[in-house]
Design a protein around this ligand. Structure first.
Ligand code: PLP
Length: 455
C-alpha cells in the first residue's frame, strides 16, 4: 500500500514523472513501485522489499539484473570509447564487429545491419527502407503495410500504426495505409466447429483476398511477430507461417519477422522464425539484443533485401536516415557480450532445459476452473482468465481481474504482467528450478485469492 507522505517515493514519482502504460487507478491506490537495485532475477524497492521478476523487466533482462560479465563489458567500453555515431562513413570498431556477429548468427547466409535505439525505431526504419526501396525500383505507390490485430510493433507514429491495439485510436492512429489482418488465435477466434487447420486456411485466404483487393503493387511489406508478445503471448495456429509465407512470396511482398521478443533464445532457438520454421526477408531485433543493458534496436536485412537496398542507395549516393546514437559503441559492445552470454554461457540451453518445467507449471495452473487456456512457447506464456471455462466467457471488464492477480502477486513478492484478461510470464533465462517453483507457487496463491473474490 502506498505511503501518502508528500516526501515519499510514491508521491515524488506522482509529482514529476508522467506515467506511460500504467493503470492510473491502481497507482492512485497503491503507488508506484520504485526499484533501487537487482540481483539475479530479483529486484528490490525503496522499502527493501524483494520481488521475483517473472517478466524479465520488460521481456529483456534475460541475464538478470547483475550479470558481472555484462557490467564489466560496459565499464570497459565506457573507458575506451564512451560514444560515437555511425554517420558520414565513420563508425566504431564495436559496431563493425556486432554487424559481423549478427550476420553470422542470423538465419541468413549473409546480412546487413542498421542500428536504432529501440524496437519501435527499428520497425519505423524498416518501413522507411521499404518505402525507399520500392520507390527506387519504380514503384512509389507500393507503400501499404500489413500487420495483424493484436500485434505489437511499438509506439512511434509509424510503429504504433502497425500495432493492432484499440488504444491507438486515442492518437487518431493508425495512419492511412496501415492495414490489420485477423489475429491468428485459434482458441479465441476460431468459429464453432472449425478445425485448427481450417482456421489457418481461413487466415491465409484472408491475406490473399486482402492483397488482391488492395493490389499487390500497393503493399510495401508484411510484418509479424513469430509469437505475439504484448498482444498476450499469442502463438499462431498450427501451420500459420507455412500457409502465409508462400502467398507473400507469390505477390512479391517482403516478409519481416519482428523478433524484438523472440530473438536470442526466448522460444528455445536463437530466432522465432527457426522455432516456427519459416524464412523472412528481414529481422527486427531489440530487447534481448543487449539483455536489456542498453537501449538498442537493429534491422537485419537478409541477402536479397540487402542487395536491393545497396542498389537503391547507390542510385542516389546515400540512404538519408540514421539516429545520433545508431551503432553506439557501448551498446554494440554490450550486445556482443550479451549474444555470447546467451548462446555460449548456458542461458539458451537453460531455456530449453526449463521449458518442460514451465509448461508443466502453466498446465497445472490452467486446471483451475477460471483459467480458460494457457498458451506459450519456450519461456514465454500466458494464462487467460475466464468467468466460464466451457463458453470461454471473459470476466466483466470492470472487475479488472488480471490487474487484481498482478497486484496480489506484487504483494507476495512476484512481478507478473496483466494483459487484457491474461497474466503474462516471461522469466529470465538464468532462472533456477527453485525460482521457477517460487514463481508458480506465488502465482497459484494469487489466482486462488482473486478467483475466490470474483469467481
Ligand atoms: C517491445 C516491442 C517493440 C518496441 O520496442 P521498444 O524498444 O519498446 O520501442 C517492437 N516489437 C515488439 C515485438 C516488441 O515486443
Amino acid at each position: 500500500m502506498r505511503d501518502a507522505a508528500p516526501n515519499s517515493w510514491e508521491a515524488r514519482a506522482d509529482r514529476n514523472s508522467f506515467y506511460g502504460f500504467t493503470d492510473l487507478p491502481t497507482i492512485h491506490e497503491r503507488g508506484a513501485v520504485i526499484v533501487t537495485h537487482g540481483k539475479g532475477p530479483y529486484i528490490f524497492d525503496t522499502y527493501g522489499r524483494q520481488y521475483l521478476d517473472a517478466n524479465s523487466g520488460l521481456w529483456n533482462m534475460v541475464a538478470g539484473f547483475d550479470h558481472p560479465g555484462l557490467i564489466e563489458t560496459a565499464q570497459k567500453q565506457y573507458s575506451t570509447l564512451p560514444g560515437y555515431h555511425a554517420f558520414f562513413g565513420r563508425m566504431s570498431d564495436q559496431t563493425v564487429m556486432l554487424s559481423e556477429k549478427l550476420s553470422e548468427v542470423s538465419p541468413f547466409e549473409r546480412a546487413k545491419v542498421f542500428y536504432t535505439n529501440s524496437g519501435s525505431e527499428a520497425n519505423d526504419t524498416m518501413v522507411k527502407m521499404l518505402w525507399f526501396l520500392h520507390a527506387a525500383e519504380g514503384k512509389p505507390q507500393k507503400r501499404k503495410i500489413l500487420t495483424r490485430l493484436n500485434a505489437y510493433h511499438g509506439v512511434t507514429a509509424v510503429s504504433a500504426s502497425m500495432t493492432g491495439k484499440p488504444y491507438n485510436s486515442v492518437f487518431g492512429l493508425p495512419l492511412p495505409g496501415f492495414l490489420h489482418l485477423s489475429c491468428p488465435h485459434y482458441w479465441r477466434n476460431g468459429n464453432p466447429g472449425e478445425t485448427e487447420a481450417q482456421f489457418t486456411a481461413r487466415m491465409a485466404a484472408e491475406l490473399e483476398a486482402t492483397i488482391i483487393k488492395e493490389g499487390a503493387d500497393t503493399i510495401a511489406g508484411f510484418f509479424a511477430e513469430p509469437v505475439m508478445g504484448a498482444g498476450g503471448v499469442i502463438v499462431p495456429s498450427e501451420g500459420y507461417f507455412q500457409a502465409i509465407v508462400p502467398i507473400l512470396r507469390k505477390y512479391d511482398i517482403p516478409m519481416i519477422s519482428d523478433e524484438v521478443i523472440t530473438g536470442f533464445g526466448r522460444t528455445g532457438n536463437t530466432w522465432g522464425c527457426e522455432t516456427f520454421d519459416f524464412m523472412p526477408d528481414a529481422i527486427i531485433s531489440s530487447k534481448n539484443l543487449t539483455a536489456g543493458f542498453f537501449p538498442m534496436g537493429a534491422v537485419i536485412l537478409g541477402p536479397e533485401l540487402a542487395d536491393r537496398m545497396d542498389a537503391a542507395a547507390e542510385a542516389i549516393e546515400e540512404f538519408p536516415h540514421g539516429f545520433t546514437a545508431s551503432g553506439h559503441p557501448v551498446g554494440c559492445a554490450i550486445a556482443l557480450k550479451a549474444i555470447d552470454v546467451v548462446m555460449n554461457e548456458g542461458l539458451a540451453e537453460n531455456v530449453r532445459r526449463l521449458t518442460p518445467r514451465f509448461e508443466a507449471g502453466m498446465a497445472r495452473l490452467a486446471e483451475h476452473r477460471n483459467i480458460g487456456e494457457w498458451r506459450g512457447k519456450g519461456l514465454m506464456g500466458a494464462l487467460e482468465a475466464v468467468r466460464d471455462k466451457d463458453t470461454k466467457t471473459p470476466f466483466d471488464g470492470s472487475l479488472s481481474v488480471s490487474e487484481r492477480i498482478a497486484n496480489s502477486c506484487t504483494d507476495h513478492g512476484l512481478i507478473c504482467r496483466p494483459l487484457g484478461q491474461a497474466v503474462v510470464l516471461c522469466p529470465p533465462f538464468i532462472m533456477t528450478d527453485d525460482q521457477m517453483d517460487e514463481m508458480f507457487d506465488k502465482l497459484g496463491n494469487a489466482l486462488e485469492e482473486v478467483f475466490a473474490e470474483v469467481g
